[in-house]
Design a binder for this molecule. Structure first.
Ligand SMILES: NC(=O)c1ccc[n+]([C@@H]2O[C@H](COP(=O)([O-])OP(=O)(O)OC[C@H]3O[C@@H](n4cnc5c(N)ncnc54)[C@H](OP(=O)(O)O)[C@@H]3O)[C@@H](O)[C@H]2O)c1
Length: 274
C-alpha cells in the first residue's frame, strides 16, 4: 500500500509563476556546494567508517535493510549514480536474488551481517513496526538513514508511539545511541524517487530534508541526496524530524529548496550553526 496518492500529471510548481519572491531572504541551506570531492580509496570492510573517512568518500558503499518499494527504488537510483549497493530482505523473503536482479539490477543481495560489514552508510527502509528486527546493535559508529514512517494502517496503532512526543527517528536512535542516525528520504513517495530525480541546477529540482544530531553524518547524507537527484536541505537536530513525518507540512509535498528551508527554519535555527 502506497503512503502517497499517485500524482499524475506532474503539478505545476508555484515558483514557476514568479511567486518565489515570497521566499526571498529564506536561506537555502544547501550542504554540498563547494565541498571538495575526494575519490574514495576505502570500500572494503577495513574502511574507516566511524571517522571523517566516510565524509571524504566520493561514493560510499550503501547497505539497505528492506527490499520493498522504498528499498528497491532507492537502490536503482544509487546504482544509477555509481554506488555499490547491498540489500538485505526479511527472513521470509525467498528468491530475493531473482527479484532484486529484476527490479534493482546491479544491487547485491546480502545477509544482514555481510551488509553491515561492507556498508559505509546503512539505510533502514522496513516497516516501522518491524524496525526492532533490524540489527541495530551492530550499527555502532555507523551513519544510518532512517527512512521509516510510523503508519498505523500498516504498522497497527502502537499506543507507546502515539503517546510519545518525540520524532519516531529519536525512538529509533535510542535503539543504538552509538549509531549516527539521520532522518531523510521518508517524506517522499517511493514512486516519486525516480520520477522527481533531476540533475543539479534543474529549476524544478525537488528538495529533501536531512536531520540528525551528527553534523558530519548530515553532510554525508546530503551529498548522497544530491547524487541521487535532489537538493538536500539541512534541518538540524534529529528532534526536528517530527516536521518530516505524516501529518506535518513537509510530508508528501513537492517543495523547492527555499520552500523546504522556510518550513524547517522556525524549528531549526541551530542547524546552520552546527
Ligand atoms: N511506500 C512509500 O512510498 C514510502 C515512502 C517513504 C518512506 N516509507 C517508509 O519506508 C519503510 C518501507 O516502506 P515500503 O513501502 O518500502 O515497505 P514495503 O514495500 O513493505 O517493504 C519493506 C520490506 O522490508 C522487509 N523487512 C521487514 N523486516 C526486515 C528486516 N529486519 N530486514 C530486512 N527487511 C525487512 C519487509 O519484508 P516482510 O514483508 O517479510 O516483513 C518488506 O519486504 C516504511 O517504514 C515506510 O513507512 C515508505
Amino acid at each position: 500500500m502506497s503512503l502517497f496518492p499517485a500524482r499524475s500529471p506532474r503539478p505545476v510548481r508555484r515558483w514557476q509563476h514568479g511567486n518565489a519572491g515570497v521566499l526571498r531572504g529564506v536561506p537555502c541551506r544547501r550542504m554540498h556546494r563547494g565541498r571538495p570531492v575526494r575519490r574514495s580509496t576505502t570500500s572494503g570492510p577495513a574502511a574507516d567508517r566511524t571517522t571523517e573517512g566516510v565524509e571524504g568518500m566520493d561514493r560510499p558503499v550503501i547497505g539497505i535493510f528492506g527490499a520493498g518499494k522504498v528499498g528497491t527504488a532507492l537502490a536503482r537510483l544509487l546504482v544509477a549514480s555509481g554506488h555499490r549497493v547491498l540489500i538485505a530482505g526479511s527472513p521470509r523473503q525467498t528468491a530475493l536474488d531473482l527479484v532484486v536482479g529484476v527490479v534493482a539490477p546491479g544491487t547485491e543481495v546480502a545477509s544482514p551481517d555481510a551488509l553491515v560489514a561492507a556498508a559505509d552508510v546503512i539505510v533502514v527502509a522496513v516497516p516501522f513496526g518491524k524496525a526492532g528486527t533490524v540489527p541495530w546493535g551492530s550499527f555502532d559508529g555507523r551513519i544510518v538513514v532512517d527512512a521509516m514512517n510510523y503508519w498505523p494502517p500498516i504498522d497497527g496503532a502502537i499506543p507507546e508511539v502515539d503517546a510519545d512526543p518525540r520524532s519516531t527517528s529519536e525512538i529509533n536512535a535510542a535503539r543504538n545511541p552509538a549509531a549516527r542516525l539521520v532522518k531523510s528520504l521518508n517524506h517522499l513517495g517511493y514512486h516519486e524517487m525516480e520520477d522527481d530525480s533531476m540533475p543539479p541546477g534543474s529549476t524544478l529540482r525537488r528538495a529533501l530534508a536531512v536531520v540528525g544530531d551528527d553534523p558530519e553524518a548530515r553532510r554525508v547524507i546530503a551529498r548522497l541526496i544530491d547524487a541521487i537527484g535532489f537538493d538536500p536541505v539541512d534541518g538540524g537536530a534529529l528532534a526536528h524530524g517530527v516536521l518530516l513525518e505524516p501529518g506535518h507540512p513537509v510530508f508528501g509535498r513537492e517543495l523547492s529548496c527555499a520552500e523546504l528551508g522556510a518550513l524547517l527554519t522556525p524549528r531549526a535555527p541551530e542547524a546552520a550553526a552546527a
